[in-house]
Design a protein around this ligand. Structure first.
Ligand code: HEM
Length: 117
């Protein structure tokens, strides 16, 4: 079980780092190059979300509290970020800037969640 969790967390973090990191760079570049990275970003987004749902099922279950609230905020921001990147493909500067802010919130709220007891 422990090895399964380690593998899923590694996949979750690698996909999340690629998605958020590339979004930050595209936001700073004013959206230039967004089209060529769109496919790989959406693949990373789907992988991060699926791995996140597996982690939630295995580690959180039906628990409720500050940790879970923080994870939920992060998850909602991540899903919204993917939505903006997909819906505003024709306006990459705006889409990447908003997605970057949302994914920054995701990374912080996920990383601090376990310390909010
Ligand atoms: C629907 C989307 C997502 C869900 C449901 C989700 C869920 C989770 C869960 C359940 C954990 C484990 C918490 C624990 O150790 O108890 C976690 C950890 C984490 N997630 Fe996500 N996640 C999602 C998206 C993302 C994205 C997009 C990123 C990055 C951009 C991300 C970054 C992280 C980080 C940094 C951790 C902390 C790992 C640790 O400290 O152990 N997550 N996530």
């Amino acid at each position: 079980m422990q090895i399964l969790i380690i593998v899923v967390i590694a996949i979750h973090l690698l996909a999340g780092v690629y998605w958020a990191g590339s979004t930050f760079v595209l936001a700073l570049a004013g959206g230039r190059g967004a089209e060529s990275l769109f496919r790989s970003q959406m693949i990373a987004a789907v992988v991060a979300v699926i791995a996140g749902v597996i982690l939630w099922t295995v580690l959180i279950g039906s628990a409720r509290g500050p940790t879970e609230t923080s994870l939920s905020v992060g998850a909602a921001c991540a899903v919204a970020a993917a939505g903006f990147q997909g819906a505003w493909r024709k306006e990459p500067a705006r889409a990447q800037r908003i997605a970057a802010i949302l994914l920054a919130i995701t990374v912080v709220s996920m990383a601090v969640a376990r310390y909010l007891t």
